[in-house]
Design a protein around this ligand. Structure first.
Ligand code: ATP
Length: 678
């Protein structure tokens, strides 16, 4: 035990299910600090205790820490909003919904509202104390309720959990956070239900803490302590393993069984578990690309404007173990083919039900000898008559779920640009040149259905310029330029890498890249637009404070039809007041008319970036020497809704600050930028 943190919960006994109160005590300790190292210590100490006393609960503990119930591709969602939670709190504590709403207005944190409500609750009998596995099971129950009366049943499940919360209020806990509601179970339960624990505990921190806990636990069993280099090795192993196989459900049992140092042999990239895709860095000019790759070979590819599609496949006659790793939904979607397949989105959602037409034809482009693979592709809307790529907007009109092959109106063509796994073996560490050769050898293009991304290996500026022009004529967004040889050209899951650069066609007029921003609020429309919202307040995401920082108001780029659609989507997630994790300007005239739950991400273009006292983006990134201005977008323009991004995958404050700084150095001689947004 380190000197900074104390054993948080001395009362739990070996082999017993981990008391949920123990986890909440650790949460409350984490809530007291903003220092990442201390947070990590609390976290790894707790995980070590779990490993020592009740290793069977390690998986559910980690999941509750990262506010998830299952891996993303499993599609498990709680499906409840603020109003259902308020209803459940009211009914559990015998307070009226009106009172709960009023409290929420004043306190702004439903977790604390639950704590406050509890103190007035009569304690007639003592329910059994909550355990981590019990809470996980209960929450899973809420997520899987469907059909008639689902909402009511969800409320009753939430009530069960809430009425058992804080049942054993003795338990040896230290009440260190009185002002923050204490280590209350109700508080963290409710925050979990809301989807935000608000501890400043990033998923990455939990991953590193888990590695530290495991290595310390293994050493303790041998009566030693791990060396710094062993700790670093353990952290690096777990990071690599998780990036190739992002599923704690698979990793944790393997780690406990085989030890962390042997984890890479047991947990490898495999079909069925989508990996987080490799991403690209934006550039502003071809010369910047040439500077970056100086002295190394690179390749240019068209940047198709569609939807990322990671295609996983296992032939029926492949290794049995492999077939079993495919998700359940996949098995039914490709009965026509020689195997089972699934398609995953950029953020690991299972899209198999959206693309049954692609899956049904898959066997026509797969060689008989190809028994298993993972392909990285872009699925793009396809004009069957003109035989060419269609704009992204066409793709958006496709239905998202339960698509029937015979109903498909917008055909898609899949453009493959990378191969990550082939015939039982991960190939991510091979060079791009080798992966590309394997890709072209093992698959065959079928017009309008499957194609290799168009590429060009010329290294000269004018060749690249010509290729960029051609890509634009072919309805692409621009180019991707990728390192071709050597270890740096390996596929780096989940990284926004310097080895992949993107050049967008409109890089000359804008800031090089569009931004993906979260809609926090809206203003009622005027004139012709009175029945819809006329403008919106957008924010970027700051992962280190887990908050949304406002960056602009936007009212341009919307058609009337789009405004209507947005109004019907957004009016369902209106909340009474801004969430406490919204960083926004509180001056009266800058308040939007309505606030929303943080749910939708929009792609937005801008002319350039400027500093403004009205917005908060990047304030902590040191862009404004006086420290009272944030970065804001000038002349922002709506491009599209990014269904494939969650709010915490929006452009980050740091990225906004980087864009601002880059532009500043470019425009050094132009004098200070001025704030003249509407
Ligand atoms: P955006 O799609 O807005 O550019 P992003 O953050 O989703 O941003 P980036 O890393 O910026 O992703 O760009 C890479 C995206 O471009 C990939 O996710 C993929 O969907 C798409 N893409 C199209 N063609 C290619 C290609 N040839 N190679 C890699 N990615 C491609």
């Amino acid at each position: 035990t380190s000197k900074n943190v104390k054993d948080p919960y001395p009362d739990w006994k070996p082999g017993e299910p981990v008391p949920y109160a123990a986890l909440c005590t650790t949460f409350s300790l984490i809530e007291l600090t903003t220092k990442r190292l201390i947070i990590m210590e609390h976290c790894s100490l707790f995980l070590r205790q779990v490993l020592r006393l009740t290793p069977d609960d390690l998986l559910s503990t980690v999941l509750l820490m990262i506010n998830k119930l299952a891996p993303d591709y499993a599609g498990v969602e709680l499906g409840i909003g603020e109003s259902l939670i308020m209803k459940a709190i009211g009914e559990t504590t015998g307070r009226s919904l009106a009172v709960i709403k009023q409290d929420q207005k004043e306190i702004g944190d439903l977790g604390l509202v639950a704590v406050k409500s509890r103190s007035t609750q009569p304690t007639m009998f003592k329910p059994k104390a909550l355990t981590i596995r019990g809470v996980h099971k209960g929450l899973m129950g809420i997520a899987t309720v469907s059909g008639n009366g689902a909402q009511a049943r969800k409320v009753s499940e939430i009530k069960k959990l809430l009425s058992a919360a804080d049942a054993n209020s003795t338990g040896g806990r230290v009440d260190v956070t009185k002002d923050k509601g204490g280590p209350s179970e109700a508080k963290y339960l409710v925050r979990f239900l809301e989807g935000k624990l608000r501890l400043g505990l990033a998923e990455r921190t939990v991953l590193v803490s888990l590695a530290q806990a495991m290595i310390a636990h293994e050493a303790a069993k041998k009566g030693t302590v791990p060396t710094t280099s062993e700790i670093e090795k353990a952290e690096s192993i777990l990071k690599i393993v998780y990036s190739e196989l992002p599923s704690y459900d698979v990793i944790i049992p393997a780690m406990v069984e085989h030890g962390i140092m042997n984890l890479r042999e047991h947990c490898k990239l495999r079909p069925g578990v989508p990996l987080k895709p490799m991403l690209a860095k934006p550039t502003k000019a071809i010369t910047e690309v040439l500077d970056r790759f100086e002295g190394q070979t690179f390749t240019c590819e068209y940047k198709y404007d569609g939807e990322r599609a990671q295609i996983h496949y296992v032939a029926k006659d492949a290794d049995e173990e492999l077939s079993q790793s495919m998700p359940a939904g996949a098995a039914t979607t490709t009965e026509a083919g020689r195997g089972v397949a699934a398609i995953f989105s950029r953020n690991s959602e299972d899209l198999s039900k959206k693309y049954p037409d692609v899956l049904a034809k898959l066997n026509t482009w797969v060689d008989e000898d190809t028994k298993s693979f993972v392909l990285d592709c872009e699925s793009v809307a396809w004009d069957v008559v003109e035989k060419k790529v269609l704009p992204f907007q066409q793709l958006m009109t496709r239905k998202k779920k339960d698509v029937k092959v015979e109903d498909v109106k917008v055909k898609v063509c899949v453009f493959a640009f990378d191969l990550l796994y082939l015939n039982g073996e991960a190939v991510v560490e091979k060079s791009l040149r080798e992966r590309r050769e394997l890709l072209r050898k093992s698959f065959k293009p079928v017009e309008g259905e499957f194609s290799f991304a168009t590429s060009m290996d010329g290294q000269e500026l004018d060749e690249i310029q010509t290729f960029l022009d051609e890509s634009v004529k072919a309805s692409c967004e621009g180019l991707m330029v990728k390192m071709l040889d050597g270890t740096e050209s390996g596929y780096e899951p989940s990284k926004r890498s310097r080895n992949w650069l993107k050049i967008k066609k409109d890089y000359l007029s804008g800031i090089g890249d569009s931004l993906d921003l979260v809609v926090l609020g809206a203003y009622h429309g005027k004139g012709k637009r009175t029945s819809v919202y006329g403008a919106f307040l957008l924010a970027c995401y700051n992962p280190s404070t887990d908050s949304y920082e406002t960056v602009c108001n936007i009212g341009t780029g919307f058609s009337e039809a789009v405004l209507e659609e947005l109004h019907s989507q957004l009016s369902q997630i209106v909340i009474d007041r801004p969430k406490p994790f919204y960083a926004h300007s509180s001056g009266g005239q800058h308040q939007p008319d309505v606030w929303f739950e943080p749910r939708f991400v929009w792609e937005v273009k801008t002319a350039d970036l400027t500093l403004s006292p009205r917005y908060k983006a990047g304030m902590k990134e040191g862009v404004d020497p006086a420290g009272d201005k944030g970065i804001s977008l000038r002349f922002p323009r709506f491009i599209k809704v990014r269904d494939d991004k969650k709010p915490d995958e929006a452009t980050t404050s740091r990225q906004v600050a980087e864009m601002y700084k880059k532009q500043e150095s470019v425009a050094k001689n132009k004098g200070p930028a001025v704030d003249d947004d509407f």
